[in-house]
Design a binder for this molecule. Sequence first.
Ligand SMILES: [Zn+2]
Length: 145
Amino acid sequence: MTPARRTLLIGAIAFVAALGGVLLGRTLFLPAPHGVELHDVLHDQLDLDERQRAQLQVVEQRFAVRRRALELELRADNARLADAIEAEHGNGPQVAAAVDRSHEAMGELQKETLAHIFAMRQLLRPNQAAKFDQAVVQALTADER
Ligand SMILES: [Zn+2]
């Protein structure tokens, strides 16, 4: 790997790591781990060819299955947290344990969401990827304005 490519790669990793922090916050409040806008851009504005569309469908189906499983885990975690709050009426050890436990599924969902974004991006040609990156940034910063 040339030094220039290495620098680019490190930059890309830092960028994605930064997105991860924002995504984690958003997955708490949104049913979909990445916004609808992102898929609108992917499907409508990037002029995907037949092969890309077919590949994207596979990627989306795989992610949908994983996401559903993790969302079920999160729901179970929330139920445990509710029980703990009911039992302790405050920030007791059961509540703390339930919160810690819920971070596992949340962390998994965050990692899988990032992996999914990478998987989608991998299908794109360079000019499409540039537009996609812009849409990712927009999707993540939209409600901060
Ligand atoms: Zn997707």
